[in-house]
Design a protein around this ligand. Structure first.
Ligand SMILES: NC(=O)C1=CN([C@@H]2O[C@H](COP(=O)(O)OP(=O)(O)OC[C@H]3O[C@@H](n4cnc5c(N)ncnc54)[C@H](OP(=O)(O)O)[C@@H]3O)[C@@H](O)[C@H]2O)C=CC1
Ligand SMILES: CC(=O)[C@@H](O)[C@H](O)COP(=O)(O)O
Ligand SMILES: [Mn+2]
Length: 380
């Protein structure tokens, strides 16, 4: 029985992780979980899965729930996330919270020698050098949940890392892939949230539409696979059937394919190096008929250029990229800036910041907060 700590149980990845646990009750159990503000859903999950620890974001919710659930430990805030992530019984921590709030709990989970099933890509973007260093020092595995990175990880099984020519990360193009830049003027939040292939949380769906999601994934791949940016390519692939590829020195290319279903990479991270049955729709290539590919247009998708530049610059630049993006997307979702202003704001933040190399956790925390304030000052 593998015991799971789940950060972000009420979200898209969280819900699908619970689905995997539900499918394999004899193999997995939920020992601790966090939610943000969705307390009603938290109550349902607790009733069904009976975890030992529940963390909520707000103190007010903690006050209510601690009198309601007398048999489990209720905690809150950042300390609460850490308590969930370091729960003594947990073998593996699924990091499915949204944003850089996932960083500190992930670091503490590594220090507590938990295996990490990492969905929360912002953690690696904002502090990849520190997370990977801690994982090496504590001998902890970081298993990718993000579909592209899971695909690459699967393609690399049994291979020699020194024989890789390049990683090829596929990109759907997001909600506005058939629009020109001019046509992006005035697009609505509702339109942006309509991803062609995946049903995901709001923030990542907007990231997909701006192509920042692919930028974050390039940085994530750089850290996970220790790959220089020059050896990471992005390829437009409308159908999201090929989840990503690896080209080797002999020009052989390995790809991982499947119907878009996040339960597959989630389950793979939980069962690695084995596989288990999953009631997922089989891939029917005869029915699909054609798979499309196109060259990435870096002028159309400026956020991808920003991410490559920030990644290559290193130091605190990826922290600024991530924090500016999180703040800009939040403002877009609140209707306070337009879709095209997301990339303007990020570009301004990257130009405003003076990079510091090899930042420690405290510096990353400060730069993250300063960047968010800077972005807010731009629109006030
Ligand atoms: N969805 C997907 O298919 C994929 C997602 N990912 C990555 O996985 C992560 C989660 O994405 P997704 O599931 O889509 O996101 P959702 O928005 O659906 O879920 C986010 C989860 O995090 C919680 N949360 C949000 N903010 C905070 C906070 N400040 N403190 C504590 N908890 C918080 C939410 O709680 P509540 O709702 O209760 O407020 C919810 O449980 C992201 O990093 C994303 O990039 C990667 C690949 C695919
Ligand atoms: C499911 C998943 O891993 C997402 O990150 C997905 O890849 C988003 O798709 P695009 O960013 O390619 O639109
Ligand atoms: Mn992805």
């Amino acid at each position: 029985m593998k015991k799971i700590a789940l950060l972000g149980a009420t979200g898209s990845i969280g819900t699908q992780t619970l689905d995997v646990i539900r499918t394999h009750r004899d193999e997995f159990s939920l020992v601790s979980m966090s939610v943000g503000q969705n307390i009603d859903k938290a109550r349902e999950i607790v009733a069904e899965f009976q975890p030992r620890i529940l963390s909520v974001s707000k103190k007010e919710d903690y006050e209510v729930l601690k009198d309601e659930f007398l048999n489990i430990t209720i905690v809150y805030g950042e300390e609460g996330l850490i308590e969930v992530a370091t729960c003594s019984e947990a073998d593996v921590v699924v990091t499915a919270v949204m944003g850089s709030v996932g960083l500190f709990p992930t670091i503490e989970a590594i220090r507590a020698r938990k295996t990490i099933a990492l969905a929360n890509k912002e953690t690696l973007v904002t502090a990849g050098h520190l997370v990977m260093k801690e994982a090496r020092e504590y001998g902890v595995s970081i298993l990718p949940v993000d579909s592209e990175h899971s695909a690459i990880y699967q393609c690399l099984q049994g291979e020699n890392m020194k024989e890789i020519n390049r990683l090829i990360i596929t990109a759907s193009g997001g909600s506005f892939r058939d629009k020109t830049r001019q046509e992006l003027e005035g697009v609505t939040v509702e339109e942006a949230l309509n991803h062609p292939n995946w049903s995901m949380g709001a923030k990542i769906t907007i990231d997909s539409a701006t192509m920042m999601n692919k930028g974050l994934e390039v940085i994530e791949a750089h850290w996970l696979f220790n790959m220089p940016y020059e050896k990471i390519d992005v390829l437009l692939h409308k159908q999201s059937i090929i989840h990503s590829m690896v080209e080797f020195h002999d020009r052989s290319v390995m790809a991982q394919l499947g119907t878009p279903d996040m339960r597959v990479p989630i389950q793979y991270a939980l069962t690695y190096p084995n596989r288990m049955v999953l009631p997922s729709t089989p891939l029917n290539l005869a029915e699909i008929g054609t798979l499309d590919f196109a060259k990435m247009d870096f002028e159309r998708y400026r956020c991808l250029s920003f991410a490559f530049e920030a990644g290559k610059t290193g130091g605190t630049m990826p922290t600024v990229l991530n924090a500016a993006n999180e703040q800009a997307v939040a403002l877009f979702l609140e209707g306070k800036i337009s879709f095209l202003q997301i990339e303007d704001v990020i570009e301004k933040a990257l130009n405003w910041h003076t990079v510091q190399q090899n930042p420690c956790l405290q510096t990353i925390k400060e730069v993250d907060l300063e960047t968010r304030s800077y972005v807010l000052s731009l629109i006030s």
